[in-house]
Write a protein that binds this ligand. Structure first.
Ligand code: ADP
Length: 372
């Protein structure tokens, strides 16, 4: 084969390599270990956010763009590759410009002088893997959140189910032992009430789970109608009387003139119920105050308790999905009520605010636009 032909083939190979490097978001680097200088392809410099004229082969400039937490690992692996001849491979973060972070994967190998076996060069490639890293992270977060969801949901469902199971077992035992008093009208009535409470609890948990998935899929549709907020609040408080009494909690309600809005009645009832249930759960059995007022062209609904309160660092977090400011051993809960409530209020063009200090009670304010 002629020299010309060999050169032509070599040029073709280099062109193909150049094409592969350009289209593959890949850069190359080469460290001359004798002079301690680095040569980088334009692609790599671009990835690092360095203009070719700024780069004089200095390692410090390249390293200054590497995430500080990744530098030690990078240096250890590079030293190992030089010492053992092993392949150097590492995924790490770089900051091409302030506030910008990208993930890269670098792979390289050392070459040695044939006679002296002294390491002479370290050569490698670098890929931009930011997109796949983001997908990987999103997937890991989704999996973690799914696991967390199963853990919380099964824990929450277990309590009312165990309670129902226990009631059934006791009834069965009473029936087997022909225990006549157990089936008096009075006993059956109180039993039915307890069973109903557990079924309501189960229904609430399942509804919350369904709502959470509706919100995350953007399917929370509002069935709007015109109604008076005061009227809705009185109705809910009336229905809630039994629960408040059985928890020995007084509820004080102060209302205003009719406040008409075009809202989803069922959804706003749900918001108020969530706030009332929390007022009982976390309210230290002290009275709850509900107030409806008007400010400009907004209706304001306030639910205030005198309970355990929430420390200011947790004020934003408690409105997030599955977030709780209290351990599950203290009071059970899914951490969904406030998340769902805020989504409902925001879907109405309103907002929900929290004023609270640890140990000094909590005040939730729901702001809703009135009908114009
Ligand atoms: P859940 O009560 O089921 O955990 P929520 O979303 O309703 O879920 O509330 C989230 C967290 O906010 C609760 O776990 C609790 O730590 C805190 N929280 C909510 N309401 C109150 C309140 N009225 N007083 C004190 N803490 C509250």
């Amino acid at each position: 084969m002629s020299d010309a032909h060999t050169l032509h083939q070599l040029k073709q190979s280099l062109d193909s390599l150049d094409f592969a490097l350009k289209s593959g978001r890949m850069g190359t680097w080469d460290v001359n270990l004798e002079t301690n200088t680095i040569t980088c392809s334009p692609k790599m410099l671009k990835l690092w956010g360095i203009k070719p004229e700024e780069f004089n082969g200095d390692r410090d400039l390249l390293q200054s763009k590497v995430h500080p937490a990744d530098v030690d690992n990078m240096q250890t692996l590079l030293s190992q590759a030089i010492k053992n001849g092993s392949v150097y491979e590492l995924e790490y973060r770089i900051h091409p410009s302030p506030g910008v972070e990208r993930w890269v994967m670098s792979r390289g190998r050392c070459t040695y002088d044939l006679d002296s076996n002294i390491p002479t060069r370290l050569t490698g490639v670098v890929f931009d893997i930011t997109d796949s890293k983001m997908k990987e992270e999103a997937l890991a977060t989704a999996l973690k959140s799914r696991d967390q969801f199963f853990k919380i949901a099964s824990h929450e469902l277990k309590t009312p189910l165990t309670c129902l199971q226990l009631h059934l077992k006791v009834r069965q035992w009473e029936l087997n032992h022909k225990y006549p008093d157990a089936f008096s009208a009075q006993n059956i009535e109180s039993e039915l009430q307890k069973l109903q409470e557990q079924v309501l609890r189960l229904t609430r948990i399942v509804d919350n789970i369904l709502d959470e998935s509706k919100i995350s899929e953007g399917r929370m549709n509002l069935q709007r109608e015109d109604f008076d907020l005061n009227f809705m609040v009185s109705e809910v408080l009336d229905r809630f009387k039994g629960t408040a009494q059985s928890s020995a909690v007084d509820i004080h309600y102060s209302h205003s003139v009719a406040l008409i809005g075009n809202w989803d009645r069922y959804r706003l009832e749900q918001v108020l119920l969530n706030l009332l249930i929390n007022g009982i759960r976390y309210g230290n059995r002290k009275a709850i105050y509900v107030e409806v007022t008007k400010a400009d062209n907004h209706a304001i609904l306030i639910v205030r308790d005198q309970g355990i309160g929430i420390k200011s660092e947790d004020h934003d977090r408690v409105f997030e999905r599955f977030e709780r400011a209290i351990s599950e051993n203290e009071v059970s809960g899914m951490g969904l009520g406030l998340y769902i409530s805020r989504n409902i209020v925001r879907a109405h063009g309103g907002d929900i605010r929290l004023k609270s200090k640890l140990g000094e009670g909590s005040e939730f304010t729901v702001i809703l636009p009135l009908k114009s």
